[in-house]
Design a protein around this ligand. Structure first.
Ligand code: SER
Length: 615
């Protein structure tokens, strides 16, 4: 085997599978499309799920990709070991009801032994415990000796991800890195926890679909999903200890060391920080390039956490000032040959990451000030332990990370009251849980409209008509169904049809009049209440109205048209924002009434006067 760069390896793999008839497809974005079961793409097969299930027709029944992936399940360990990371690329070849085990195994073997020229005596195979067929193919067709094939149970050799989706038994290829990586135990073999036998290629025979309730059903077609970690493969081909020593990753690692003015491999604590930054900067750069923005929820939160972790470790290394932007340059340079979007979006990526870095720095500065005051007070009082409540307040109210509090206290020979901190934390969680439960309870609470038959619906006829006749089916006060109402009463009127638009999607409810033979009401608002019912909030202005009466419903035309114009403007505004600020602008909320519109969206910066003018 010959030293091969990570970028060349990717190319060699994709070319090989193209030669087997696979359609080569660019990596899909890190953000899953139309898939709520995953926050981020975790495997090459994830964006292809509908092709496995047969829901959608693939562009070709065999494909090959090199997919950007992020897995954060082990985030706590990233840095601490040289094995863990969050960002990686997965080489994959896929069959959707086309080739199956025989070809998948034969081609994998051909690629590793003939193209990569990995020595056969250092390769081991695992198969699922019941999979006689796979074992036979490995042994008889590929010629792998039986003492290099092991059977393993569901935990190791059955692949699935997320709550639902295609999955199946698998077979893995391991590389024996040699005794020096081993644990030395007499029973050390493939599957051992130590670093000697490294699994690098997973061949999944995707035959089942897992459902959210944990049951499995056979898929209509038999598929192949294989995944090989590109960085892992590169570490084998480059004969290095870990992914942090692989050419393109090492370039980032070296840059981190240069900025921090330190050397890798000299001091464990520093190595941890160097690895954290090296890994996380890759993740957040690619996340930004795929349109993810740091936020407090979902994948935005994952990004924020990774970025802040990197910044924090920068501080531990003694880096002063903003440093992420310099590292982005190296990430982009090392990866642009495959991911040209990195170069195209370079300025944008730098802006996103730097803004978050600045915000976090401000948070840290503010927290430091508070902590300094607390420490001064403690010194005055002769105390060495900071009370749990203060630690908690720093973290919960001021966003100052607890581990930073711990470290700073430690430097002063002080500690934090861990028990008290844990108590506050638990108490807050309990309060949050109760608040949530209470809101839910209130939300699900009986309203007066629950007293109406649940199958009673209001039909909206207001898309093309602004007036129409219907019957007054129900009249209610805030908490009672009533039969009639007279001048001066404030009531809700429910009918089986209405031209009144009920508030939704940020557009306000219509106003207008409802007139019967005996009375007239002014509608001041329209709301969707329970189960498809519309309630017109109305004041009886003249005479009397009663349940069962025929009524004429008239929407205030002037107001509705003004609202419609503002609604159109909201779309125009969104289009302009996307043009000026970028495609990442999505509606996060909006309010549209007759006088104004408000469009909510997230952007990493406050808009400049010039940008506003342009929009
Ligand atoms: N989906 C499998 C994995 O992630 C093989 O691609 O390992």
């Amino acid at each position: 085997m010959e030293w091969t760069g990570l970028n060349e390896l990717r190319e060699s793999y994709l070319k090989f599978f193209e030669s087997k008839g696979c359609l080569r497809h660019k990596s899909y974005p890190l953000v899953p499309q139309n898939d709520n079961s995953l926050l981020l793409i975790v495997a090459g097969m994830a964006p292809l799920k509908p092709y496995f299930t047969g829901q959608e027709t693939p562009p070709r029944t065999r494909m090959t990709t090199c997919q950007k992936c992020i897995r954060t399940g082990d985030i706590e360990n990233v840095g601490k070991t040289a094995r863990h990371g969050t960002y990686f690329e997965m080489l994959g070849n896929f069959s959707f009801g086309d080739y199956f085990k025989k070809e998948a195994i034969a081609w994998a073997w051909e690629y590793v032994t003939q193209v990569l020229k990995l020595p056969k005596d250092r390769l081991y195979i695992s198969v699922y415990e019941d999979d006689d067929e796979a074992e036979k193919i490995w042994h008889e067709d590929a010629g792998v000796p039986m003492d290099h094939i092991v059977r393993m149970g569901k935990e190791d050799n059955f692949w699935e991800a997320g709550t639902d989706g295609p999955c199946g038994p698998c077979s893995e290829i391991y590389f024996d890195r040699g005794e020096k990586y081993g644990c030395g135990k007499p029973d050390c073999k493939v599957g051992c926890d130590c670093d000697r036998y490294m699994e690098f290629w997973n061949l999944v025979f995707t035959q089942f679909e897992r459902h959210e309730d944990g049951t499995y059903t056979p898929l209509k077609q038999k598929n192949i999903d294989t995944g090989m970690g590109l960085e892992r493969l590169a570490s084998i081909m480059q004969d290095v200890d870990s992914i942090f020593d692989v050419d393109t990753v090492k370039a980032i690692r070296d840059h981190v060391c240069k900025i921090a003015g330190c050397e890798y491999g000299k001091e464990y604590k520093k190595d941890v920080s160097i690895r954290v930054i090296t890994d996380h900067i890759r993740s957040v750069t690619f996340m930004a390039s795929d349109g993810i923005l740091p936020s407090n929820e979902g994948r935005g939160y994952v990004m924020r956490r990774l970025l802040r972790r990197a910044v924090r470790h920068g501080k531990l290394l003694g880096i002063n000032g903003l440093f992420l932007k310099d590292l982005v340059k190296t990430v982009v340079d090392c990866n642009k040959c495959e991911y040209n979007e990195l170069e195209e979006k370079y300025d944008y990526i730098v802006k996103v990451l730097t803004t978050e870095e600045q915000n976090f720095n401000a948070t840290i500065d503010r927290g430091m000030k508070i902590l300094d005051d607390l420490i001064a007070q403690m010194q005055k009082d002769g105390k060495t332990e900071l009370d749990g409540e203060s630690c908690f307040k720093l973290s919960d109210t001021y966003g100052f990370p607890i581990d930073l509090t711990r470290e700073i206290l430690e430097e002063k020979g002080m500690t934090c009251d861990e028990e008290g901190f844990a108590e506050c934390y638990a108490k807050q969680r309990e309060t949050a849980k109760n608040a949530h439960a209470a809101t839910k309870y209130m939300g699900a609470d009986e309203t007066v409209f629950h007293k109406i038959d649940k199958d009673f619906h209001t039909e909206f006829i207001g898309y093309d008509k602004l007036e129409g006749d219907s019957e007054i089916s129900f009249i209610t006060t805030d908490d009672e169904l009533i039969d009639n109402a007279k001048a001066g009463d404030e009531v809700y009127i429910v009918s089986s049809q209405t031209p009144f638009y009920a508030e939704s999607g940020g557009q306000v409810g219509d106003i207008g009049t409802i007139v019967t033979e005996s009375g007239k009401c002014r509608v001041v608002d329209t709301q969707k209440v329970v189960a498809g019912k519309f309630a017109h909030k109305a004041v009886v202005e003249e005479g009397e109205i009663a349940v069962g009466q025929k009524a004429h419903f008239t929407v205030d035309r002037k107001t509705r048209y003004a609202v419609m114009r503002n609604h159109s403007c909201a779309h125009l505004l969104q289009a302009a924002l996307r043009k000026v600020l970028g495609e990442h602008v999505h509606q996060a909320g909006q309010l549209v009434d007759a006088h104004r519109l408000r469009f909510d969206f997230s952007h990493f910066n406050a808009m400049t006067a010039e940008e506003k003018l342009k929009v």
